[in-house]
Design a protein around this ligand. Structure first.
Ligand SMILES: *[C@@H]1O[C@H](CO)[C@@H](O)[C@H](O)[C@H]1NC(C)=O
Ligand SMILES: *[C@@H]1O[C@H](CO)[C@@H](O)[C@H](O)[C@H]1NC(C)=O
Ligand SMILES: [Cu+2]
Length: 335
């Protein structure tokens, strides 16, 4: 997939050589502008209630990078709904020096993309996933989700105003409010912008680690859980729409891909029209969601092993003398 990794250090070097007759400042400016020239990018920083968090830099060595943002690998878009990197634009693992930002339910969080984000046509989506245990560090992100989405805000698919346009208009940033109803705990938040100016659609997801306090107890419905990859299909109408087609010139509804919004009482998603939607509620779902009350059996679980939680199907019996303790709705542990 030559499209995904073409911006190598070598190419940066070539750019510098080409620029060698310019002032150093100009070269630095040009380098800073490279992502824009390439017309791609990702979430470069995050702010929460006045606290500023610099992001992961995918083109620097991972060594020494400390940030709340999960490592991500490329400014290039993902153009396949089954791509294994779809959860967080990487292999799903946390950084060696991974940080986690505290946030209170009801508080706003803003993600900033490189400026000026070049793709105004398409939806904005925000997902959250509660991690098992006491931290998301070490948890692979390929098991997620909650959502806040903004699709076609007004006008037609062909020339309307989209969530992406709103993101650009808002300083190439997107602000969402952590729902007050979500259970407390360690979360990954996943910001995604989808660009529809060409097909296959371009997906740009990045994730960050949060520790949510002050939350509630509204456990997501099974329908609200999704996994990445898995949440989307390459045939989703929201990913295959041709915004330059004749139909698009009069079509005013757009089906945002993904699950129904958390707290939306499970309205169907994949095909639900989402005209003027710009809600900031989140919806959850997670991979294999089953009833939290199911009581599977099996061999005993060792100390610190998982013994329960939504979606868990293993043994709920801890090896003596440990007891199964509820850590959060998704995770019970033997200790
Ligand atoms: C469409 O929505 C955008 C963003 O809310 C707004 O700025 C613009 O005025 C709207 N246009 C129309 C025609 O309603
Ligand atoms: C716009 O975003 C940049 C980061 O991309 C940030 O440094 C700047 O403070 C933001 N400006 C405003 C007015 O929020
Ligand atoms: Cu691009």
């Amino acid at each position: 997939m030559p499209h995904r990794f073409y911006r190598t250090k070598l190419q940066l070097l070539l750019c510098l050589v080409l620029l060698n007759e310019m002032f150093i400042q100009l070269a630095a400016l040009a380098l800073a502008a490279l992502p824009h020239v390439l017309a791609h990018g990702g979430v470069l920083s995050i702010s929460i209630g006045g606290a500023w968090y610099n992001g992961w830099n995918p083109y620097d060595t991972p060594t020494g990078q400390t940030t709340i943002i999960r490592p991500w690998s490329s400014y290039n878009p993902i153009q396949d709904a089954t791509d294994p990197t779809l959860s967080c634009n990487d292999d799903g693992t946390s950084g060696a020096l991974q940080l986690t930002a505290p946030i209170t339910a009801g508080e706003k969080i803003t993600a900033y993309w490189n400026q000026v984000w070049p793709h105004p046509y398409g939806p904005m989506l925000v997902y959250m996933a509660l991690c098992p245990g006491t931290s998301c560090t070490g948890v692979n992100s390929d098991t997620l989700s909650w959502i806040d989405e903004s699709g076609l805000i007004n006008g037609t698919i062909y020339n309307g105003f989209w969530g992406d346009g709103l993101m650009i208009a808002d300083n190439s940033s997107w602000t969402t409010t952590i729902p007050t109803t979500i259970p407390n705990g360690p979360y990954l938040i996943r910001f995604e912008t989808i660009a529809l100016h060409s097909l296959p659609a371009q997906l740009y997801p990045e994730c960050a680690q949060l520790m949510v306090t002050g939350g509630g107890s509204l456990v997501p419905t099974a329908a609200e859980f999704v996994k990445f990859p898995g949440a989307y299909s390459n045939s989703d109408p929201g990913l295959t729409v041709d915004i330059y087609s004749n139909e698009a010139q009069t079509e005013t509804t757009y089906p945002i891909p993904g699950p129904p919004l958390y707290g939306s009482n499970g309205a169907s998603s994949g095909s639900s029209p989402s005209g003027p939607s710009s809600t900031s509620s989140l919806s959850t779902t997670s991979v294999t969601s089953t009833s939290p009350t199911s009581a599977p059996t099996g061999p005993t679980v060792p100390e610190y092993g998982q013994c329960g939680g939504i979606g868990f199907t293993g043994s709920t019996t801890c090896v003596s003398p440990f007891k199964c303790n509820i850590v959060n709705a998704y995770y019970s542990q033997c200790y």
